[in-house]
Write a protein that binds this ligand. Structure first.
Ligand SMILES: C[S@@+](CC[C@H](N)C(=O)[O-])C[C@H]1O[C@@H](n2cnc3c(N)ncnc32)[C@H](O)[C@@H]1O
Length: 343
């Protein structure tokens, strides 16, 4: 005898108006298509319903669900109605402070101080357990919007390591923008999971990756820890630059710290740790393509080519070169790539 499986529909938990509004808010991020925004919001509802119905279960969201949850929570009137109507209480969100114990996500008040990190991976608490719980609660899991895709072993050209300046796979110029890197000391500010820096090290550079998020260091070490001449460290970029006595020939930041920190603070610090003639290169979204800031994002410093030229030359850089990389067909936002030499 077979048992019918009842699939719950996230759309049943908010009114159509609220659904449309929350999807529209997610669409302020130019990287979200309508389909992706629907999927992210639906998965966030499935996550929150599972949290709400299992107050004792320790759960943590994927990055994509967290984006939709942030956006929903900041739209506080419908978020408050949603949590109080379905669960009779507020569902808290406990953000993580770098260097401190993370709070458990999405629990009742008395648990908000427990460690929210999986001790082994450093990632959000037991994503696997969370996915199991959401499935057990009767929701479908959208793999693209919830589970991190495994890293590709090769890119479209069949290379096992590569550098990508853009937000799209297999798109835009490669590391040649930096000139030859063999024998050069490279610093990446906001190194994420480390693939770009690892590629430069395979070409003969030595690399120091710095990222504010402890989980990024864990992932980068797991992936690239066996490469000699490559180190990763958890630190905020300005704090690292103030404290290090090293000098670097190449500094790069791909949608990284240069995008997130006030350039008048960060650039003098970068310049002070660069060898004369060294190259600084960074990428971010072109100005105007962000639309209103996505709820999750902090302030991001998109500047025009003229602004970058002025700011960089004012902080001891020369030969500023700004290029705009068009997006792939069918995508909206391009990428701005900025290079300059330490004068
Ligand atoms: C969009 S990710 C890009 C990661 C990587 N550069 C890549 O291309 O895959 C931005 C990274 O910058 C890091 N980040 C943001 N602000 C930072 C700061 N002030 N200092 C160090 N890292 C920072 C974040 O933790 C995140 O890993």
């Amino acid at each position: 005898m077979s048992t019918a499986v009842v699939i719950r529909d996230p759309k049943a938990y908010v009114t159509p108006d609220v659904w449309e509004r929350e999807v529209a808010l997610l669409l302020r991020n130019p990287e979200n298509t309508r389909e992706l925004a629907d999927a992210k919001f639906g998965q966030a509802i499935a996550y929150l319903v599972t949290c709400g119905e299992n107050p004792d279960l320790l759960m943590g969201p994927s990055e994509q669900v967290d984006e939709a949850w942030h956006s929903f929570m900041l739209d506080s009137i419908p978020y408050h109605h949603f949590t109080s109507r379905h669960f009779g209480r507020y569902i808290h969100h406990v953000p993580e402070l770098p260097g401190t114990t993370a709070g458990v996500q999405c629990v009742s008040d008395d648990k908000a101080k427990q460690d929210g990190h999986d001790r082994k991976s450093g990632g959000p608490l037991v994503l696997e357990q969370t996915i199991k719980a959401i499935k057990a609660a009767g929701f479908e899991i959208d793999a693209d919007s919830v589970e991190s895709k495994p890293r590709r072993t090769v890119n479209a050209k069949g290379e096992t390591t590569w550098l990508n300046w853009t937000q799209y796979a297999d798109h835009g110029p490669n590391e040649s923008v930096l000139g030859p890197v063999a024998g050069r000391r490279v610093l990446e500010l906001g190194s994420g999971s480390g693939g770009n820096l690892a590629h430069l090290v395979t070409l003969g550079a030595t690399g120091q990756g710095v990222d504010i998020a402890p989980a990024r260091e864990t992932v980068a070490r797991e992936r690239w820890g066996n490469l000699p001449g490559l180190e990763f460290r958890t630190a905020e970029a300005t704090a690292f630059l103030k404290e290090t006595d090293e000098t670097f020939d190449v500094v790069l930041s791909i949608f990284g710290a240069v995008w997130f920190v006030d350039p008048d603070t960060l650039l003098p610090l970068i310049r002070s740790r660069m060898a004369p003639g060294g190259i600084l290169a960074f990428s971010h979204l072109p100005p105007g393509s962000q639309g209103p800031k996505p709820a999750k994002a902090g302030l991001r410093h998109d500047r025009t080519p003229d602004e970058w030229a002025r700011i960089l030359t004012g902080h001891g850089f020369s030969d500023v070169c700004v290029s705009l990389i068009d997006p792939p067909e069918g995508r909206y936002a391009g990428t701005m790539l900025v290079c300059a030499l330490a004068a």
